[in-house]
Design a protein around this ligand. Structure first.
Ligand code: SF4
Length: 748
């Protein structure tokens, strides 16, 4: 940190909220964070911050922290007694004793880890090593399953690796930006501001938004495709159908750099514009316009004349949970990437698919492989040679086998715990008692698990209620490590202050250290799996150095990114130790990380949403973020000013539906799905289509009415209504859509 004349220290770090990954300058005095500014030198934001980022220092206010932070380890010996504070040593020994007993009795597979895209890469790395390396359980998954797993599988199937090929700078070069299933204006505000500036500089840039709602993002759109929920694959195939019929695809690129186009072309024949317009509920004219802009066909280009590559305009796609959180999540991702490949819209400035990560370090978890279906540094866990490489790197004994099959993914893990198959659940830095779909099952799982370990910074997280052991973790402003943002850029996260102390004198620890300390204790209690300890780390830098060595020779090689190098500037991977710098764009030479170097077209047919509307449940419930809140609000709820935008949970409905249901603005309604209900005020909004409604995801089951609606009740939160149906390929749940009915609430 540098110090100013007034004694204020300035520490460079990264915002802990969304995947834009903005650089921040933390101002601190003593052990108090007193301010935060955007880092003008950080290439993700060049000094800009959104409302959440610019109020970060308020979340670190010690007075607020006393009320919300978990400051000392807590333990309870039975579910009927309240947890009591204990020393770190006692808590860690207790965790190690209980885990070792369960492993000895039921085997390693009885232990499940549910971690988070808000952990730093170093935290993720140690958890992964603890789960697969030491315990030998395959069951480690992350809340990134709820966020990015469809994007991961979409990239791997089409481009050969889980690597977003484009970057933020492409906004400055794109002629068309296609935003699908993303309210970028609210969920990634700083990136949206960059898009606004690009559009102001080049008004001829075309912006298309595909979203059932007319969100704030549409304020910038030249074309809004207000498609019906879940019909994205139908739309993408329809666009390809039009491109093919008009001769707008790039035949040369398809032939030289891809495989499988013929099969996709045949599939797309089944999606003529008339059908697509009808199912998606958009006009044929809009479909044609979107196809022309996406393909990069200049105005006035004569019909039937092939378009040379150097005359083709450039298209960048931004997409997020609207595509990912779906039972067709993989198909949506792959079908959008198909369009980029078909038109050669990839591997050059201003062109490419760019998935936006919801969380600050969903990418880091994917790189480390700390997810049930992934493995270290983009290795394949079903490949014996890959497992052997990691076993050697970790120093495992020859008979200490690494799990050779995928573990249970998020929804499956909680379902297995509800059935009694998973006995111990270790939940770190995430709040499944609010964020998972089908809350009734999640709560049953937490009730039934023999041992629930919750590693958290905030005692206000609903999941803490189920903890047998609470392990207090340091959080933003207090911890060191790295994160990777949506454009593969790795930034340092730095500590500006020490964590606050609890009244017993204990204090929160960094997540990687907690996992490593339990690992060392478990090594003393379980048969040896390595000659030396797997957890010799004294600092996050030592963890980082081991992680980057594990990437040597892989597509995401970061051997060139030491902490010292990252001190100078954040870098985009790959960046091997032989490279002068990071890589802004991938596949610029048309070669992809597949056996023959060619990308693959993937032909998945359109499937409707898992739970369609019917007479009994006639509304489509859409869920999503607000501009000024973050996830379950454990952090943002401590800042009063962030409630100025939206103060309490409401259900937004089309004004005609409100009228038809005999409701007035502010009336309390009961919103009910097949799984549960909530009671909320209804508000009119013409951003929502007829027979659809929107509820923000942030309020959990603990919310019992705000100032204007004392009788509102969130039941188990909005995810008490969502369903556990998952994409069969990515296992990502359909959090974005459920069928519901709406009726006036009967009170009393
Ligand atoms: Fe933080 Fe995202 Fe806002 Fe940037 S855009 S300041 S990363 S919340």
């Amino acid at each position: 940190p540098s110090a100013t004349a007034e004694g204020t220290r300035v520490t460079r770090s990264t915002c802990p909220y969304c995947g834009v990954g903005c650089g921040v300058l933390i101002e601190s005095r003593g052990d108090r964070v007193v301010g935060v500014r955007g880092d003008p030198q950080h290439p993700a934001n060049f000094g800009r911050l959104c409302t959440k980022g610019s109020t970060l220092h308020l979340t670190a206010n010690p007075l607020r922290q006393t009320a919300t932070r978990l400051l000392q380890p807590m333990l309870r010996t039975s579910r009927d007694t309240p947890p009591r504070p204990v020393a770190w040593d006692q808590a860690l020994n207790h965790v190690a004793d209980r885990l070792a007993a369960i492993i000895r009795r039921d085997g390693p597979q009885a232990v499940g880890f549910y971690v988070s895209g808000q952990l730093l890469t170093e935290d993720y790395y140690v958890f992964h090593k603890l789960a697969r390396g030491l315990i030998g359980t395959p069951h480690i998954d992350s809340n990134s399953r709820l966020c990015m797993s469809s994007a991961v599988v979409g990239y791997k199937l089409t481009l050969g690796a889980d690597a977003p090929p484009a970057c933020y700078e492409d906004l400055d070069h794109a002629d068309c930006v296609f935003i699908a299933g993303s309210n970028t204006a609210w969920a990634h505000p700083v990136l949206f501001r960059r898009l606004e500036e690009a559009k102001a500089r080049r008004p001829q840039m075309r912006i298309i938004v595909a979203d059932p709602r007319r969100t704030d993002t549409c304020s910038l759109a030249d074309l809004h495709l207000a498609l019906q929920p879940g019909t994205d694959v139908m739309l993408f195939h329809g666009l390809l159908h039009v491109m093919e019929a008009q001769g707008w695809v790039d035949r040369e690129y398809i032939e030289r750099h891809t495989q499988g186009y013929e099969e996709l072309r045949e599939l797309a024949q089944a999606y003529p514009p008339e059908l697509v317009a009808q199912v998606c509920a958009i006009s044929m004219g809009d479909l044609l316009t979107a196809a022309r802009w996406l393909a990069g066909v200049p105005e006035g280009w004569p019909a039937g004349v092939p378009l040379p590559r150097d005359r083709r305009l450039r298209t960048l796609s931004l997409y997020c949970q609207g595509l990912n959180q779906s039972t067709s999540g993989t198909a949506k991702n792959a079908s959008l990437i198909n369009l980029h490949l078909a038109c050669g819209q990839i591997g050059r400035p201003g062109a490419g698919p760019l998935s936006l990560t919801g969380q600050p370090n969903a990418m880091g978890g994917r790189e480390v492989g700390a997810m049930a279906t992934l493995f270290s540094a983009h290795r394949d866990l079903t490949d014996a040679a890959h497992r052997l490489e990691m076993a050697r790197l970790w120093g495992l004994l020859p008979d200490a086998a690494l799990p050779d099959r995928p573990g249970l993914t998020a929804v499956e893990m909680f379902e297995a715990a509800a059935r009694g198959q998973i006995k111990a659940l270790w939940i770190a830095c995430t709040n499944p008692a609010q964020s998972m779909p089908d809350q009734a099952t999640v709560r049953q799982a937490l009730d039934r698990a023999e041992l629930v370990i919750v590693q958290e910074a905030y005692q206000t997280a609903a999941t803490c209620q189920w903890a047998d052991v609470l392990l207090p973790a340091t959080t933003w402003g207090e911890k060191e490590g790295t994160v990777t943002n949506s454009e593969r850029r790795i930034s340092r996260v730095r500590a500006a202050v020490s964590p606050p102390r609890g009244h017993t004198g204990e204090e929160p620890w960094p997540d990687w250290r907690i996992a490593a300390e339990v690992g060392r204790r478990l090594e003393a209690r379980l048969p040896a799996r390595s000659a030396a300890s797997l957890f010799p780390y004294r600092s996050p830098e030592e963890v980082w150095n081991e992680h980057r060595e594990s990437t040597r020779g892989r597509d995401l090689d970061i051997t060139g990114l030491s902490y010292a190098r990252l001190e100078q500037a954040p870098q985009q991977w790959p960046c091997p130790d032989t490279a002068a710098g990071g890589s802004p764009r991938l596949y610029t030479d048309g070669r992809f990380p597949t056996p023959d170097g060619k990308a693959r077209f993937v032909a998945f047919p359109y499937e409707p949403v898992a739970e369609d509307r019917c007479q009994r449940y006639p509304y489509a419930l859409l869920t999503g973020r607000l501009r000024d809140q973050w996830h379950g609000m454990t952090r943002t709820a401590t800042v009063g000013g962030l409630f100025g935008h939206v103060g309490e949970p409401v259900v937004w409905m089309h004004p005609d539906d409100l009228r038809e249901e005999g409701l007035r603005a502010g009336d309390l309604v009961r919103l009910e799905s097949r799984r549960g209900h909530v009671v909320l005020p209804a508000m009119p909004s013409d951003e929502v289509q007829r027979r659809q409604c929107f509820v923000p995801m942030h309020w959990g089951g603990e919310y019992l009415g705000g100032a204007s609606s004392a009788s509102a009740c969130m039941g188990h939160g909005i995810n008490g209504l969502t369903l556990p149906a998952v994409c069969p390929r990515s296992r990502q749940p359909e959090l974005k859509h459920a069928a519901v009915r709406i009726e006036p609430a009967r009170l009393g």
